[in-house]
Design a protein around this ligand. Sequence first.
Ligand code: ADP
Ligand code: MG
Length: 489
Amino acid sequence: MKVELIDIHKHFGPVRANDGVSLTLEPGTIHGLLGENGAGKSTLMKCLSGYQTPDSGTIKVDGQAVSFASPAEAIQHGIGMLHQDPLDFPQMRVLDNFLLAFDERIFPDRRNGQATLHDLGARFQFQLDPDAEIAGLTIGERQQLEILRLLALGAQVVILDEPTTGISTPQKAKLFATLRRLADEEGRSIVFVSHKLEEVEELCHRVTALRKGQVTGEAEMPCPVDRLVEMMFGRSLPPAECPAVEPGATVLEVEAITIPSYRLTVVNANLTAQTGEVIGLAGLEGSGQRLFLRACAGLERTTSGHILVDGQNLTHAPYRRFLKAGVAYSPAGRLEEGLVGGLTLTEHFALAERDGPFLIDWGAVRDQAAERIRHFNVVGRPESPVEALSGGNQQRIQLALLPAGLRLLLMEHPTRGLDVESARWVWQQLLARREEGTTIVFISADLDELLEYSDRIAVFHNGRMMEPLHACDTAVEQLGYLIAGKEKA
Ligand SMILES: Nc1ncnc2c1ncn2[C@@H]1O[C@H](COP(=O)(O)OP(=O)(O)O)[C@@H](O)[C@H]1O
Ligand SMILES: [Mg+2]
């Protein structure tokens, strides 16, 4: 089945999310859709799969013009899309969720449905227990269930929007094998939406790059990586600079703390950090690094040891006292913890003024918001609700909201889910703060990021924090070994 998108326009107020996009999907092809955050990838794919209606433009399936008022209509024409956030499934079991998609006339009984789920799953080696609660599945398993559902509904075009976010390495390998099989053996077309160059290089037969709502290039793979970067960003990226900063006075002293938690206890963790130092915390997810980072801001209960900031004993103190001492915590789940859904950017800036007047001068706050939006290069307006922003722009807002002149900045995954350009921008901001004397402690799952930006790296394994290593004489393999819990490379 061949699908053509012709001159698609979709605007949100002043934002031209899609500004005349044309694209052809051939059967048997894995087509990469590349572009930085906010480029318009998700919007284009939502238009193709019936989640949104384009303002203008034509969609053709095998030469026939079609239009979809809903995802159900799109799937009747063989086009199905997996959600970018497979998180809000209702409370139910796997089989019920699978059956929900179908018309009763197609699946008269559960047994038939169960057999279909089983057979399809077996074809791709997806082991899904039909009786398991959806809530207990990993993101990767929910994704597998979604793929099976779309296939059972007869999807000839399967669209995956940033599908590797949050899934494990083996799940990713299985996903890629499945997509290759769907394209190569079954002749379906796959659209793989991503801002990760390595994944697109590994998987795709063709790519189209979008930037600011327009197509900026198309290429057959393999294609030189600098060409792909240029298509995405319009220029090749300069190497990042990491200026050396002379460490100054001690800012943070953590002495032999124990942090009990439901799943894992961090025992006897120690860290001393100087002014302007950048310390990376590494480890498999759930090894204790997040508990430790939160404890450094008074957000986790400790049962032994001490935490001092600038010599002031803050052991057992609440986050509010840490804030007063110049400590800020930046969580990873931007919309869950860092930003407030439903509030506009102006309202966020008003809230961030901690010692502001009781009555808010909205005119002034709006001007300030507009100024910061310009300064931080955010694609959005003072009156935009935060959830309308792309992930990269949400991260920019979160950084813009952090108070100036911090002593200690604690960050979870500063660049997770961001494209190369946005990640580089975030680190420019962080390094500028470090030059002003802010100490930064951050968690990352990206070894290159840890090695590139940290002065020292502390690895966590199973609740134990190892002696920090100097990043300049640590090899990536060594770090990998330590994270996996092995002693020596
Ligand atoms: N529902 C919406 N309302 C307002 N603006 C939106 C909406 N959806 C997307 N946008 C804006 O359209 C642009 C493109 O977004 P999107 O298609 O999500 O990009 P991508 O998937 O490439 O990151 C962004 O500036 C985004 O803020
Ligand atoms: Mg997107």
